[in-house]
Structures are given as structure tokens and as C-alpha cells.
Write a protein that binds this ligand. Sequence first.
Ligand SMILES: *Cc1c(COP(=O)(O)O)cnc(C)c1O
Length: 471
Amino acid sequence: MSSHFLQSYLRRLPAVEKLLQSAVLEEVQAHFPRAVLVKEVQDTIEEKREMIRQAGSEAELEPLDFSTEFIAAEVLQRVKEKTALNLRPVINATGVLLHTNLGRAPLPRAAIQAIQEVGASFSNLEFSLMTGKRSSRFEHLEGLICQVTGAEAALVVNNNAGAVFLALNTLAAGKEVIVSRGELVEIGGSFRIPEVMAKSGAQLVEVGTTNKCHPRDYREALGENTALFLKVHTSNYKIMGFTTAVPLRSLVKLAKEYQVPVLEDLGSGVLVDLSRYGLPHEPTVQESVSAGADLVMFSGDKLLGGPQAGFIVGKKRYVEMIKNNQLARALRVDKFALAGLEATLRLYLDEKTALREIPILRMLTTSTEDLEQRAARLLEKISPLLHEGFQVGLLREKARVGGGSLPLVALPSCQVFIEPHHMNAGAFAAKLRKAKRPIIARVRKDRVLLDLRSVLEQEDDQLLSSLESVI
Ligand SMILES: *Cc1c(COP(=O)(O)O)cnc(C)c1O
């Protein structure tokens, strides 16, 4: 291109100061650090300059808008993107309730409030208000956990992987742990029983076969060096067909004979009997405790519906030994999780309240009719927003629990589907992910599915405005 045109286009670009003083940027100066604003203005101008220099002909540049207003709006968009937090809320419309990649359980309101209050101020985290002396962070929760689960003693650590590791390290380092072959689970790629066992210093002794394990298998493996029996809940798979497993109760009986403890990694840690609400029975913590397990380990952020944490509940003498393990400090739970857990556990003192207030339990037990009504309302509001390029409607596919819990359960659910004609469904799903409050949807062939079972009720309006912003 002739240098004459080049120069005339370069001259058209507004100066840095002029952009900063434009109405658009002037107005938002107070909201963003000045250094960020200036840098984005400079970078944007530099990119435009480069674009002009690289242009092959004037025809390429002619349709572009180099006005101050237009470029200022572009800068504002860039500044907003730069200053937005990387970790932020999304709308889970996947139909997978406990989506590990989406942060597992959303918290109940009471937990959020407790975390906010404790975080905004000092707290009695390790201080006794009674004596004015130092106390332990474990004390805030222990009584409540025992009340809810029926256990004698309890300890909370960073997560369930940590709980299992710490329990094994404390009770079985340098000794043997007997586990059924059918229970050597892997969860989410990085938690594998054999590896965790090895790291804890305990030696794994596998017994039985993949599908069958009998009391005699455990009995024959017992020896001088046996530290304990470990039972692991196969929380993300099921072995079906001709199978036999030794129930916890029988294992406890056998263990008493030989005076070795029985530990159970329960995985999810559900505290209400889901079979009362039309779901398959998932072993509860209370059942394991009353069956006589010496220690039961489970997560705080799966079906329990609270913050990330790992519970260790059971016999006092073993819990005390674990508390005294130096590694307990490395795995300790933080004050936010403690605050959130206490508030969450309190909701369990009344089961009706728990089902109403704990989002994951509410999502699990919401009736299909409710979901259908919400989906129909959403559809009614979406339809006028969509131009001819889309087809929309309702579907009744199944939702899943996810997060390594209840793997075989298909929950009846209801979805709004959107089928774009001018782009493929994957590209439309990508647009939804870029909304200010991103929507994470399911893609099925040519359609994007928005499953209402995993969307929090209070997010329905937000879902609509996010949709509106990208179509
Ligand atoms: C989920 C799970 C774990 C790991 O728990 P995190 O809280 O994710 O650390 C361990 N064991 C079983 C059986 C599980 O289901």
C-alpha cells in the first residue's frame, strides 16, 4: 500500500490521552487500576498500528472503525476481561449434580454466611472463650459430628484422600493392610488405593478375586504383621453378576476375633437414607458406625453437601492416635471449611431442613414435575429471544449424580434443548461458556441441552440472562 494512505490511516488513530479521556473510559476510571487501563489503551493502539502496516490494500482498512468511541469500547471490553477473576461461578446445566470439574457440592446458605463471618474477622479458631487459653481447632466440630453420626470421636482433615492416607499412616505404617481385590478403587485418576497405601507406608495385602471375596479369604491372609482390615466403598463403579462381598458387619465380627481394627473408606459420606426418597440405598455413615467399624472416612463435599473436607469418625482411641500424628498438621482443615462444615452439619439435626437447605440433597430429591415446570417457564422466555436460526424444545433425558457417587443412578430429569442452524452445537456450547456467568451445557449431536436438575433454582433468571447475552 502506498505510504501516503498508510500515513493517513495511522494519523487517524486516537492518541492515548484522548482515549483515556473518552466518555466510555472516563466513566470507568474509578473501577479499574489506572495502570491496567493505560496498558490496554497502549496495547490496543499498537495492535491497530500493526494492522494498518500489515494491510495489503486500502479496501481492507476502509470498513474498519477507527473512531475514539469505537476503540474506547474495545479497550473497555479488554480491561473487563483482564480484571475478571479466573475462578468464578458458573451455571451447571450438564445434568451431572456433583461435577468434580465444577467444584462438586454448592454450599447451603448457612454455610456461606458462616464462612463469610469467620473470614471477615478474627475468630476463636484455636482459642477457648471459656478459659482464655489456647484450644484445638478440632473441638468446634467433634461433638456435632458425633451427634449426627453416632460415633464416639471425630477428626476432620483437608479431604477424604488425606483422611484415608492419615488413618493408614497412623495405624498401619510398616504393617499389612488386608483389602478385597474387588475394592481396589481409583477415584478421579489420582486417588488409587494401592498407591495411597504405599505412600502411607502400609503394605497392601489383596484377598479374594475381582468379583468374589469370602470371610475365609480375610482369615487366611491374617498374620503376625496384620495392622487392620480396610473396606472401601466402590463408590464410582459396581461389580455385577455373580458377586460376593463380605459385609461390614461380618468383617467386624471376624476382626474382633483377631483383635484388629476395621476401617472403612466410605467415599461419599451420605448422612440421610436416600432410599426413603425414591433413590437406591447408599450406605450411610451412621450404618457403618453402628455396624461397628472402628473408623469411617468420607468426604465433606460429595453427598454430604458441604465444603471440601475429609472426615474420620469412630473409636476414640484410634481418633486420638491420628490427632497425634505429625502429618495431621500437614493435612489440617482450614477455618473456612470448618465454619462451613459446622453450619452444614447443623442442618442435619432436622432431616427436613437438611433436604430443603442443602443444595445437593435438594437437587437429588426435587420432583420431576418441578423440573418440568421450571423448564417450561424457561422455554417460554427463551423462545421469543431466539431468531429463526434456532429450534428449541423440551427433552426428558436422565441426569447423573457424578463426583464418583451413585454411579448407576439415572435420575429422571428435564432439559431445554437448543439446536442452532447457523453453527454447530459445539460452537454454540462454547459461546455459552463465554457468557459473563458461563453456562456449562451438555452437547448431544446437533443440540445443546440445558438440564434443569443440576441448575440451582435461584439461578434460573441468571441462566436466562446469560443465554440472552450470547444469542
Ligand atoms: C471420593 C473418594 C475418595 C477421595 O475423596 P476426596 O474427598 O476427593 O479426597 C476416596 N475414596 C472413595 C471411595 C471416594 O469415593
